[in-house]
Write a new protein. Structure first.
Lengths: 113, 113
DNA sequence: CGGTATCCAAAAGGATACTG
DNA sequence: CAGTATCCTTTTGGATACCG
């Protein structure tokens, strides 16, 4: 299987999408990002950030202070990815009315049979 | 949670992406699509197509002949979605060299410590 | 604060058999 | 041919406890 498919899956993954879109706005700290996204476990957020960092989409800046402070931001590569993902997310929102209509038609046809 | 997120997940899902990109090229029959994608079970392909059809992205045309013949194609809505998904897939492929380089750097830094 | 480790529940996904 | 049904395996994700 094509290796780029795995990278694409990283950026289009459930939490990957949300992280990228948030970081498009500005850098975030770990807990801040967690609150902003909502209903994401520490484990998944941590895992998602590590994957995106390893692929070169996210930059991790850990300041050696107490208490610890870690800022996450987009790299240039991540910025490009995030813009496209956001465009798709925005497009989807704009088309929700049509999707809802398609679903009604689909469900309707099935309930009759 | 936002309902459009679910729709976005449908189009960016593992098999959803591959189906949309294939159908961008031309209509496909079920088995044909399965062979084209490769390594997808009947169950998952069927499920993916049903979801995309219900959301209004894919049109299903079942001809009442024996043996059965079913053609799948993109709707106008699906075409728009597929184009964006493909753009993201193409972008990812083009950036694979940078991703690979980022990974080497990341893994290198970790193995030293 | 920003994680990791562990364990468990839930969901996704595959293989096979079967049907109209 | 184009699926559905069933069963099973794998992966994903959450909760909790703990650490530097």
């Amino acid at each position: 299987m094509c290796p780029s498919r795995l990278v694409l899956e990283h950026v289009t993954s459930r939490w990957g999408v949300l992280v990228l879109i948030r970081l498009l706005e500005r850098p975030y700290r770990f807990s801040e990002l967690r609150r902003a996204i909502g209903r994401v476990s520490e484990k998944m957020l941590s895992q998602t950030l590590q994957t995106l960092e390893r692929d070169g989409f996210v930059h991790r800046d850990a300041k050696p202070v107490i208490p610890p402070r870690v800022d996450y931001s987009l790299t240039d590569l991540g910025y490009e990815a995030a813009e496209q993902v956001q465009a798709l997310a925005v497009w989807t929102e704009e088309r929700m009315r049509e999707v809802a209509e398609a679903r009604r038609t689909y469900d309707e046809a099935r309930s009759v049979r």
